[in-house]
Design a protein around this ligand. Structure first.
Ligand SMILES: [Zn+2]
Length: 399
């Protein structure tokens, strides 16, 4: 099976390319490749590497009616999840996670980093068991050991968290703002670095996911990353308190984020509905400061975070939806900013996995063809791309 793509945009160039089976056999300037007999031909559009999802919770996904959140708050989501978590079964987690991973793939995301609540060994084992199964379907999965209810709030939580890393989770998670005290939050950050050092893991924390300007764990994450030589190996997710902190303090922390090589991952869909819930009017939309992080030279990723779970009742696994909401709530409507948002999905979003893939002649056909060439039009229309997973046989959709 052979496909020729003619005159497609690739970043700022226009190219022709040919895909045969699992291989990108030719990548050349536009106008240089001619169709062969019986070959499929696509004309125009845009080519990109696959998208990467840096932040999702596949253990909690697709719970739908089982997880109504009446108050709409983060705290009710955590409480409802804690109840549902007791009755999880291996098959249920595998089924929901697989269907969600396939939904991501259908929208072009072939690299997924999921957090797993270490309060459920069933969920940890189920998601780790999916890593090789999804790899055979062309989907890379990384699992973060995430102690949803903190490591100090109840006996056994810290042990469960350490066990999950020993069981094979790829990165150490934490939730310092949810620990009982600020001091315990800081301690949890340092213990996460200790654990990552001991087991040679990356770090990916939920950090300061609150409107409270007094929640100041991100500076500690950056200081530890600097002191321990963890540049490029640490993700801080959400960082919404930064939205509400005084500008002078925010400027200091943002400079530290850039210097420390810590990547901030914003999750616009969840944070648009979970933050500001203690406000009357005016009502904040607690996204982190993406424009200021960019201006300081910091790396920012964009996560979808929730797909029909106790925190966010909507969600389709289409990362373009997260990008779309970020553009609105982050005032990122200049053409340059919107292009950067789109390119983040197949660029900076890959950094937690070690770096963005580059399409090369003779390399695997892991790539997307969008039916529109203009990146702004892709953001506006949010179409499904044609997806090549780098596999010999096409994959039947799950379920
Ligand atoms: Zn999360």
């Amino acid at each position: 099976m052979s496909t020729l793509v003619q005159r497609a945009a690739l970043l700022d160039e226009v190219v022709d390319l040919r895909i045969e089976g699992a291989t990108l056999v030719a990548l050349a300037p536009a106008g240089s490749l001619r169709p062969r007999p019986h070959e499929e031909v696509l004309v125009g559009g845009r080519i990109t590497p696959p998208l990467a999802e840096p932040h999702v919770h596949l253990d909690a996904t697709l719970l739908g009616e089982r997880a109504p959140n009446v108050s709409g708050t983060l705290r009710e989501g955590i409480a409802n999840w804690a109840r549902l978590r007791r009755n999880l079964t291996h098959d249920d987690v595998v089924d929901r996670a697989t269907r969600t991973a396939e939904a991501y793939a259908s929208y072009g995301a072939l690299r997924l980093r999921t957090h797993v609540d270490t309060g459920s060994r069933v969920a940890v084992e189920a998601l780790l068991s999916l890593v090789p199964i999804l790899a055979e379907r062309g989907i890379e999965l990384e699992v973060v050991a995430f102690p949803q209810e903190g490591i100090f709030r109840a006996p056994g939580r810290r042990e469960d968290w350490v066990w999950a890393i020993e069981a094979g989770c790829h990165a150490v998670g934490a939730i310092p703002h949810f620990e009982r005290t600020t001091e315990e939050g800081w301690r949890s950050v340092r213990l996460a670095f200790d654990l990552a050092e001991a087991h040679d893991r990356r770090i990916d924390m939920h950090c300061d996911e609150t409107d409270d300007p007094g929640s100041r764990h991100l500076e500690v994450v950056c200081a530890e990353a600097l002191d321990r030589g963890f540049a490029g190996r640490v993700v801080a997710g959400h960082c919404t308190s930064l939205h509400s902190q005084p500008n002078a303090y925010a400027a200091k922390v943002i400079e530290l984020v850039a210097t420390a090589g810590v990547q901030v991952v914003t999750n616009p869909l969840d944070n648009a509905v979970l933050q500001g819930r203690y406000d009357s009017y005016p009502r904040r939309r607690g996204l982190t400061r993406v424009d200021e992080l960019w201006a300081a030279g910091a790396q920012v990723g964009i996560g979808h975070d929730s797909v029909q779970d106790p925190w966010y009742p909507l969600g389709t696994a289409n990362l373009l939806d997260a990008a779309y909401v970020l553009i609105h709530l982050g005032h990122l409507t200049s053409h340059a900013a919107m292009r950067r948002v789109f390119r983040t999905l197949h660029g900076a979003n890959h950094l937690p996995f070690g770096g963005a893939p580059v399409l090369t002649e003779g390399g695997p056909a892991r790539l997307l063809w969008w039916p529109l060439a203009d990146e702004l039009a892709i953001l506006r229309e949010r179409p499904r791309p044609r997806v090549w997973r780098g596999l010999r046989e096409p994959v039947e959709r799950y379920g």
